[in-house]
Design a protein around this ligand. Structure first.
Ligand code: FAD
Length: 375
């Protein structure tokens, strides 16, 4: 089989799979290279499923709002897979006056961009969600936010892209990008060399090292985030929940289980390799926090916990950008824990960039060269 395609995508997460699908839909040949044996084994298969506009950096809002209005409601039908998308709102909860101040600031900034989001009083919050504890004294409310199933979405894009003719190669560890006559042209793996007119780099945090092989640095770090799932519970509520402190978020799935993510503050670093590791007290600590908000879940059993890395940008928003110095290279990384909710629109925009079309949304805030050196 030829190692040449119009576009080579590095990374088989939701971003790479969505880009592959939208490219194939327009007849462009695509090869996706994924290091692990499994598609969606990075953040895309491990995330909390939040499809949120509220609480976002305003630079990201146009993307999130476009995805919620034009893409998510039709995605199950388009992919032929139930992605379990529910547009039933997001409550961001506050327990202190300081929390309410944070929520008010987020609400004001988002409302100024045209998002329908408002502050709720203690009683109004309970009208929407009667399961919340008395400690909750207010919340922000965005009725058009929601949640979806991350694994089904990622695999839905993968399946549909494959059906349309995209080629996916797993266990293909990309080592470097190589320029030919000044253009990014080759992708070097442990086994072979692939060639494409355009290369989309969507390998999460590892994008930094790969971009470095053509002299481009993307200032980002990575953090380990934890999540857990409970046994199925009777139907309780459909909204996505978050908090002013961003210390936990979660929702009840179609199956009845609750998926929660949280930060215990107990994550540690393995001294041998510098990687973050979780500890056995993390899940119980997160649960204690959750019960302060939803006491009714006190007897829900935890079925499984897991962790995943977020690729965290230096200034809090992703890099979605062609690279002037390396024509042919398109960056799509540093999603900073918000990448799932905007994945459909990012996939669409990446396909436009790779076809050398003007992107239908302004991407200037996501350029790779917005970072200034610190002197
Ligand atoms: C616990 C957790 C909860 C989250 N909750 C939410 C949420 O509620 N809402 C939201 O919007 N976002 C959330 N996120 C963030 C979201 O998961 C990510 O932003 C999104 O999945 C990014 O997708 P991606 O395709 O860029 O990255 P990934 O899914 O990480 O995919 C990158 C892929 O590149 C591959 N790769 C890496 N190096 C190489 C290489 N050298 N060669 C080939 N392939 C390589 C990796 O194996 C991986 O499969 C959460 C993240 C975590 C970890």
């Amino acid at each position: 089989m030829s190692e040449c395609s119009d576009v080579i995508i590095i990374g088989g997460g939701v971003i790479g799979c969505a880009a592959a699908y939208y490219l194939r839909k327009s007849g462009v040949s695509v090869t996706v290279l994924e290091k692990s044996p499994h598609i969606g084994n990075g953040g895309s298969g491990r995330n909390g499923g939040g499809v949120r506009q509220s609480g976002r950096d305003v630079r990201e809002l146009p993307l999130a709002m476009y995805a919620v209005e034009h893409m998510w409601p039709f995605l199950s039908e388009e992919l032929g897979v139930n992605v379990e998308y529910h547009k039933e709102g997001n409550l961001r909860l506050g327990k202190t006056e300081k929390h309410l101040e944070i929520l008010q600031g987020l609400t004001d900034r988002a409302a100024a961009c045209g998002l329908g989001v408002s502050m709720l009083t203690r009683d109004e919050v309970r009208e929407i969600n009667p399961y919340l504890s008395e400690e909750v004294i207010g919340a922000s409310w965005c009725p058009t936010d929601g949640h979806a199933n991350p694994l089904k979405t990622t695999l839905g894009y993968y399946k549909k892209a494959r059906e349309a003719g995209a080629r996916f190669i797993t266990e293909e560890n990309v080592l470097a990008i190589r320029k030919i006559k000044g253009r990014a042209r080759q992708v070097v793996t442990e086994r072979t060399v692939y060639e494409g007119e355009h290369i989309i780099l969507a390998a999460g945090y590892e994008s930094r090292a790969i971009a470095g092989t053509v002299g481009i640095d993307i200032p980002m770090s990575h953090v380990l985030i934890e999540a857990l799932v409970t046994e199925a519970q009777p139907p309780m509520f459909a909204q996505m929940l978050g908090t002013a402190d961003a210390d936990f978020y979660g929702h009840q799935t179609e199956h009845g289980s609750f998926v929660f993510g949280g930060d215990s503050g107990f994550e540690a670093v393995n001294k041998d390799n510098g990687h973050m590791v979780t500890s056995s007290i993390t899940a119980s600590c997160t649960c204690r926090g959750i019960l302060k908000y939803i006491p009714k879940l006190a007897h829900a059993k935890i079925v499984r916990t897991w962790a995943g890395y977020e690729d965290v940008s230096y200034d809090g928003v992703p890099v979605i950008s062609p690279v002037d110095e390396v024509p042919g290279l398109i960056l799509a990384c540093a999603f900073t824990g918000h990448g799932f909710g905007i994945a459909p629109v990012v996939g669409m925009l990446l396909a436009q960039l790779a076809r050398e079309e003007k992107p239908s949304l302004d991407l200037s805030e996501f350029r790779y060269d917005r970072f200034k050196p610190v002197i």
